[in-house]
Design a protein around this ligand. Sequence first.
Ligand code: KG4
Ligand code: ZN
Length: 338
Amino acid sequence: MAASSPIILGIESSCDDTSAAVSLGKKILSNVISSQKIHEQYGGVVPELASRAHQSNIVPVVHAALQDAGMSVSDLDAIACTFGPGLLGSLLVGASFGKSLSQSLDIPLIDVHHMKAHVLAHLIDDGNPVPEFPFLCLTVSGGHTQIVLVQSPYDMEVIGETLDDAVGEAFDKTAKMLGLPYPGGPLIDKLAQDGNENAFAFSIPKIEGLNYSFSGIKTQVLYFLRQQKELDDRFIEKRMNDIAASVQKVLIDFLVQKLVRASRETGINEIAIAGGVSANSALRKQLREDANKHGWNIYVPDFQYCTDNAGMIAIAGYFDFKRNRNAGLSLAPRARFK
Ligand code: KG4
Ligand code: ZN
């Protein structure tokens, strides 16, 4: 295959989704995602169970991705795997599988940074408009909340980030307080659609610069619910929609407040969002409003490329393949990068 349109197998296993995708150049031919249901009952991802589920899922998921793409392993030019950040036991499953397959096929193995891949999902050639460089990307997931200044696929700088919890975690922990299963983000989104976002007021923390902090909001919600339950033990049940909408509002307002500031400080009006929380309908709506107000061009990935997926890993692999990157046999995945 010509180097301009390599065929790459992407593998993602950093958290609770086992995913494999096949790309041809910047197009994604298949993107198979197996989400692990086992964690629902525990209110969060249980690392040990996640690793085991990846081990069971990885072979069938890779098979399905190749089959959907109409390819066999002999067509592959490279394998791209998430090497972090993420849960170490989970990362080891995908990275070890990728390493072995790349060895047996004698093709390069490309190590991919999960958060950079969330950003690079915007460069997938799927017919959607692609942001122009430089652009700002608000990357919001269960583990991260960052504002990234993207100069090129190879040059990204984190200019703001959370000092504690990620915004996805704030969604998930709020859901847990409301008695909802994990992951609660999508459920809060759904409940909020029938709620009044001004029913209860939570305040945006004052954090310096372009950084965030979500642990204070979580505490506000906890104390508020505790207080209200003392007055009426059926409070949560009765006001579920309003609570979801009000908490969602403060989280989204905070995200957008810093994004507006980042745009003003950098003079960049190309604004993208990425990561699981970018699937949130209130965030998307608020961004559309701010785009009108501030003259932004906004970019929101196709839903399947928002939450964890291997399509974004394959596209990240595409850019590194063009620079002849090869992870080599001794490279090991890492849970953290600083
Ligand atoms: O990027 P992602 O799939 O995995 C990580 O890398 O963490 O993000 C998962 C996070 C979870 O916290 C989940 O609750 C949140 O994204 N999420 C949402 C929505 N869909 C997923 N949060 C709010 N609204 C949604 N619609
Ligand atoms: Zn992610």
